[in-house]
Design a protein around this ligand. Sequence first.
Ligand code: HAM
Length: 420
Amino acid sequence: MITKAPRGTADILPSGVYKWHYVEKITTETARIFGFSEIRTPVFEHTELFLRGVGDTTDVVQKEMYTFSDKGDRSITLRPEGTASAARAYLEHSLFASGGITKLFYNIACYRYEKPQAGRMREFHQFGAEVYGCQNPSCDAEVIAFVHTVLCNLGIKDIKLNINSIGCPKCRAEYSKALIEYLKGGYDSLCETCHNRLEKNPMRVLDCKCPSCKEVSKGAPSILEYICPECREHFESVQSYLTDMEIDFSIDPSIVRGLDYYTKTVFEFVSDSIGAQGTICGGGRYDNLIEELGGSPTPGIGFAMGIERIILVMEAQGVDIPKAPVPDIFIASIGQDSFVQKFTYELRKCGIHAECDHQGRSLKAQMKYANKSGARFVIAVGEDEVIKGIVKIKNMTDSFETELSLNANEIADYLGGNRE
Ligand code: HAM
């Protein structure tokens, strides 16, 4: 073997891919019910997009991006998240032109150069959604209800929803002054990156992953003491919508989120079933991002959930995930290989998942294989069956046998009628 997969990446093998299919099915179905349409954006973007969108003092931009120059000497970055790309596409294709609110969702791979551990990968997958053009707090509640419904539909239990408001640039100016004052008290314990952040963007110190910075941040003043009346009213309104919808939440003033675009409402869904990387979903409002990227002022709000973490939670909680479907029928050949090959093809054209032997195995070995594959029905075709045009079909669950014509349409009808 020449090499292993790069650190922090994982192959999704055929034996486990059914879990991914299931999560994709539920997320996509729930998105449809909530009125979201899918968007697919490129895996890489101009680096500039993330510097401007995500913010050049964030951990994601300063430490974690996969950035390289392409052959045309352009700086390119593998997307570390989906919000900036969706906003870029929203502007580039004037998705606002039809007026009203635009609701998008995506299922994407993202790339961050982080220290890998359970639930933290360098290549990971997100299901996310974004809403553009709505500043009403009811929209914040709708987006949170969307995540809540996805988690319920997946059968996940005991998830905590924590919400906070990080205000707008107006109230943040006051807060920043107080925060700088406080952080200066622990200046010597802050890392080099945070020394630079202190004046430029002190809130970023609060989500630095360095243990010593975390320690200093512990007693920091809370943004909630500084938010302006408009932001406070918005936040209270969001809470009241959530209460009306009977969605439980806690207010956690320590949530600041790791990306610069957020304003007002921020939220996280946390599980304690999977250890340290328990944040399975994060999101919030970003009313200035579209303008920051060159568009006219347009409010936005969204979230993204980590699919690896979702699957870890489902496994830890023993959620019953439907397995990949087994073959409908196995067609054993008793010296009739070319007939069986053609017959299998005919059944497949009728929409039946049919399998046959390609290795010249004995009838006994074929039956053993059929059993192992989990095939629901089996027929064995020899010269007699071909001449008479009649075959015995056996239900592998209860061993019940019946005779049918050796005709693809008739067998397909029979199997269709016997599907669980
Ligand atoms: P984020 O909090 O950076 O937000 O990521 C969202 C989720 O992606 C996390 O809660 C976590 O479940 C998952 N995640 C993040 N990093 C990793 C990793 N290295 N390995 C595995 N899973 C990971 C965003 O990305 C925002 N774009 C969310 C958003 C959308 N806000 C508004 N709209």
